[in-house]
Design a protein around this ligand. Sequence first.
Ligand code: 5AD
Ligand code: FES
Length: 371
Amino acid sequence: MSALGDIIEAALAKPRNLSARQIETLVAVEYPAEIRAVREAAYALKVRHCGKTVSMRGLVEQGNVCAKDCLYCGIRKSNAAVRRYSLPYEEVLRAAEEAARLDYGSIVLQSGEIESEEHTRFVEKCLRGMQALPGGPFGITLSLGEQEDGVYRRWKAAGASRYLLRIETSNRELYAAMHPEGHSWERRRRCLDVLRACGYQTGTGVMSGLPGQTARDLAADVEFFAECDADMIGMGPFIPHGETPMGAGAAVTPEFKARQLRTGLNMISATRLFLHDVNIAATTALQTLAPDGREQGVLAGANVMMPNVTDVKWRKDYALYEGKPCTDENAAMCRGCLERRLAAIGETVNYGKRGDSAHFFARCAAAGTRA
Ligand code: 5AD
Ligand code: FES
């Protein structure tokens, strides 16, 4: 325990104050007393940097058409069992209006990866339309995958301020094993640099508990977040999807779920303890593993949640993994539900605030650039 106590003390003293071995110890904790000590320290840092409040992003799942074929993902191109949809402009705006009405302050626009001039224009139009809604301007995050540099610039000019692009794993061999031909770790990595250079608050993340992934890999993931100086982290446990090569035949036992949840929460805590002032999302994948998974995420150090504001009729079609929660609850129901869930752990909802990443402003100030 005392070795762990030293690690926690070093982590609390200042950001980026741990060795790879020490981060590895944090992500691998499994005894209740150790887990409790790590989570309490990470939560104390979350409260220090973000207060006892959680920022919301209304999530618009614009479409599930995807050009990629990731071996773990339910909406991969080769999954013929998916009913593909693409929300028209009016529906995207309606969902954004709902987010504004619910006073979420920030919106995330997410879809499968598509690279085309038509799609680029469509997103530009959505961004301009959303920013013109009453209650704006909003903090708008895009999560639309790898794109050409010029596309990132156009979307920034049209009103987006943040971009989320998960690296999925910092281990290139593991990345190669989870993706077919034509999917490049290097391109994805480069996109993160381009996004940063374009002035986006830049987010990345990984999946934890992947087959073949070690605690050392996960520690390297946390170091990767520091190395690319990410402002926001969105990560979650891998959850097998039966219609995918990596999920077919997988046995999702209670023990498996408990392990995935523990590792996912350990990653949140280790990231908070290493990076201090970044935004970290308590993702829906956590809730798939336990009904209070997202609240556990907050208590492990997360400060952001992304409730869905897409019309319920589309939600079942956006199943990246199985057992995704909230597919029958509309946005207003989720708002009340989240508020109650957060109140139960002594937290409030940061209504009406953009909830920007403190790290982003700190790094802009250090670089002498305007945020
Ligand atoms: N389990 C957990 N997360 C998944 N994602 C895709 N498929 C799965 C899965 N089976 C995540 C990826 C992707 C994000 C949109 O969803 O990390 O970047
Ligand atoms: Fe959707 Fe609880 S957050 S029902």
